[in-house]
Ligand binder design. Sequence first.
Ligand code: NAI
Ligand code: MG
Length: 501
Amino acid sequence: MHLEVQNKKLNKTMSITKGTPNTDFNWEYAPAPEAKDHAKLKKQYDLFINGEFVKPNSKKYYNTINPSNEEVLAQVAEANEKDVDLAVTAARNAYEKYWKKMPAKERAKYIFRIARVIQERSRELAVIESLNGGKPIRESRDFDIPTAANHFFYYAGWADKLEYAFPNRHPQSLGVAAQIIPWNFPLLMAAWKIAPALATGNTVVLKPAESTPLTALKLAEIIQDCDLPPGVVNIITGFGNTGAAMVKHPNVNKIAFTGSTDVGKIIQKSIAGTTKKITLELGGKAANIVFEDAPINQAVEGIINGIFFNQGHVCCAGSRLFVQEGVAEEVISKLKARMETLIVGDPLDKNTDLGAINSKEQLEKIQSFLKIGVNEGLEMYQSSCSLPKKGFFCKPTLFIGAAQSNRVVQEEIFGPVLTIQTFRTIEEVIEKANNIPYGLSAGVWTDKGSKIFNLTSKLRAGVIWANTYNKFDPTSPFGGYKESGFGREGGLHGLMPYLKF
Ligand code: NAI
Ligand code: MG
């Protein structure tokens, strides 16, 4: 049995024999770095409140770095409670004074404008996203930034059609939305949060994650350029305590959070007894299920894309692979061979498949899980690539022969680490896939439509991809079951958490 592997650069095909993890085709790639001179960064960023950049009351700034070489990119303000109060007050005033009263079709024009400017400045945004977040430029250029623009386009379209979206229900805006986002898709998560909030007539205070504030601050500049009425969107930076102050602020009507399950629980507790509406998009541990009748080569590509894409920093990453016994050997050997071709390194290089792990803390967390897996007695396989000396990097890793009880199977690692379990029957795999605290997404690979429909009705996961993985579209709702959170973002469903009826 032979496997064809494409060398992307030379456009040559290599044959490798099944079962032998290949190590002899590490062709040297000439570096192909994206230029970064057009990415204009200031030395220091203030808080974007009421349409202007203002100094923080805390008088504190912190360094934001490039995780691929640990160099400082800029200094960013740290908002304290007073700053949060100023931002929420600005959002409240803007809501009462401008945004609530504005005809919906006028609101839509502003949102369309933001979408267009993101498109115009997409190259700069993609470079900054990769510099600050560590993800490969291919991802930020081809996925993050275009999808962010698409979300603004999509929700701009809904702004004046809410009566059609929810006929006879007279939807009304809520007021001020506090939105807290993580570091894995910085601009895209900002778009997921801001676009539906504005379209439904709410105003916003958004906080990006402490390690990836720069594209959100660029978005603040874009919003300023788009002449949005002051205070409609406020973007403030800081750590967990800044987020906590936003959540607790009495003038906030709606909280939208994406991040860890632990913080999701803290937020839920802290708003208990209030009338604040909330949506939580939390962790995941997706099952990616490969049946014997699956198109194996496509499935291998989907597995690679599902877990190694974006260094595994994806809440819906296909981090638990279930392979039916008859094809397990073939799938694992093809996976190993494909892993050998993955290029780990400079996020700005167009050939790079895996960029940098977002932070030192996250790398340490992943490394501790690698130790846990080995101590649990699992076979660990890593590709033989070399890692850059500086920065935070991790090799793509497999844990073969994993069991349901292993911690590496049960807990979210959020890195390029895939556990592999085998199964015999469909009942068995459904049971195993569901036996986990999370339920955000899943993948299924099979030739049979009937199997797909059987699984989609029985897997407790918000999103299920069939014969593909990690496909996103603004029109389609996204969200979880169980400890993966509640509420939906995207699509018509994504309007609802920002409305009262
Ligand atoms: P985190 O949940 O602490 O951070 C997410 C956001 O919440 C950041 O903006 C942070 O400043 C803010 N935050 C932190 N504490 C807060 C609080 N008490 N109140 C309000 N906001 C608060 O996530 P972290 O520590 O960066 O990552 C830890 C783990 O969480 C990861 O290893 C991964 O397993 C998971 N995670 C899941 C994500 C997802 O997309 N579902 C995204 C990021 C992390
Ligand atoms: Mg945290």
